[in-house]
Write a protein that binds this ligand. Structure first.
Ligand SMILES: [Zn+2]
Length: 222
């Protein structure tokens, strides 16, 4: 198998894992990866559990389709994926979904952040919210350049979650991590008053976390 074929198989594995884990419904969400100057992306309107590697669409970084399998349609959200690759040269994979708790924060235009949980401050910091834009248009990603920073996740206001990383497993792990953290923050707020970690300790956790994250990513890329 060449790298393109291997990556297509991995994209299918990731989208089906998201589906099994309840992070996307049958016809929502999309996953892409970059191989050189080629972007590989899941097709639109195909059931997640019926998606096969042969259905994955290929395009260049400008969005010109270079391989369109018969009967397939590119997602209207592919432009948003392309913008991530344009803005972040280190990114090799993008996962977009409407997972429940993360999307609930997006509906409220609330960033995902807390000073009451060590894990968040060591892995994610703050997940910011990109201003609302109509899905399928350039407006959906217009604010991405202001919010993408050097992290691995942003919320899209009133829409969903976008995560990215140096490979598909890492981009997926952030999608799963953000959803779990959004769920935990929600439950903690419902059962009582979360108790904040002191600011100086948070600063230390963030510094340690960003070093540990860089190390883990470097390890995963070996
Ligand atoms: Zn979407």
């Amino acid at each position: 198998m060449n790298r393109i074929e291997e990556t297509k198989a991995k994209i299918v594995e990731i989208i089906q894992r998201e589906y099994r884990n309840g992070m996307v419904n049958m016809f929502e969400g999309n996953v892409s990866a970059r191989v050189g100057d080629t972007i590989l992306i899941t097709p639109s309107q195909v059931a997640k559990d019926a998606t096969t590697p042969e259905m994955i669409i290929e395009m260049d970084l400008e969005g010109n389709i270079t391989h369109l399998p018969e009967g397939m349609k590119p997602s209207s959200e592919s432009k948003m994926h392309l913008e991530v690759y344009r803005l972040r040269k280190d990114v090799q994979a993008v996962v977009h979904n409407h997972s429940i708790y993360a999307t609930a924060f997006a509906m409220n235009n609330m960033p995902i952040e807390t000073k009451a949980l060590t894990e968040v401050n060591m892995t994610l910091g703050v997940v910011p919210v990109c201003a609302y834009g109509t899905p399928g248009t350039e407006r959906i990603y217009a604010d991405l350049k202001n919010k993408i920073g050097n992290g691995n996740a942003v919320l899209l206001a009133n829409h969903g979650l976008l995560t990215y990383g140096p490979n598909l497993e890492i981009a997926y792990s952030f999608a799963e991590g953000v959803e779990k953290i959004a769920q935990t923050i929600t439950i903690a707020g419902r059962i009582g008053e979360p108790s904040n970690i002191p600011d100086e300790e948070i600063e230390g956790l963030r510094q340690y976390g960003s070093m540990a994250r860089d190390k883990a990513i470097a390890e995963a890329l070996k």
